[in-house]
Design a protein around this ligand. Sequence first.
Ligand code: NI
Length: 185
Amino acid sequence: MSAPYEIRLIGDPVLRQRASEIASVDGKLVRLAEDMVETMYAAPGVGLAGPQVGVQKRIFVYDVGEGPRTIINPEIRESSGEWAYEEGCLSIPGLSFDLVRPKEVHLVGYDLDGNELSIEADELLARAFQHEIDHLDGVLYIERLDPDQRKAALRIIREQKLSAADLADAEVGAPAGRSGGFSLR
Ligand code: NI
């Protein structure tokens, strides 16, 4: 079984653009959310945002162990504390870095029935919310690393791309890199 979408990888311009607000929920959007959940599970990952499947809309899906959820037009109203966590991203496979972000956030948004959501999130859930909203704003987590970490990250990404190109030249196909994305290591 293959995932409905191919996950866009770093270097794809779609990951650097701000996604637009969703004006209304229709069957097409519900279908999109279902396909995003399936793509997220296949990866596997615990969160996936619209731009990662090439859709410039403010929607993300996640599952931190309580089943799949979808949030549209999310916004963080308040954040507090600090929490270091080893963060990864499905769009930057094979890489993860310790990153400090606020520990708690208050998120507002809408669910797929158009109901208003107001969620107080802590630790992993708060981290997922911040990471996915960054995607909707065209921001990748490596941009939030300190300069040394970012340099190391970019070097690894460059090396991966070089070896991927070598493999393609040899017609061996794409490398089967370790999947990233919020793995709880
Ligand atoms: Ni990500």
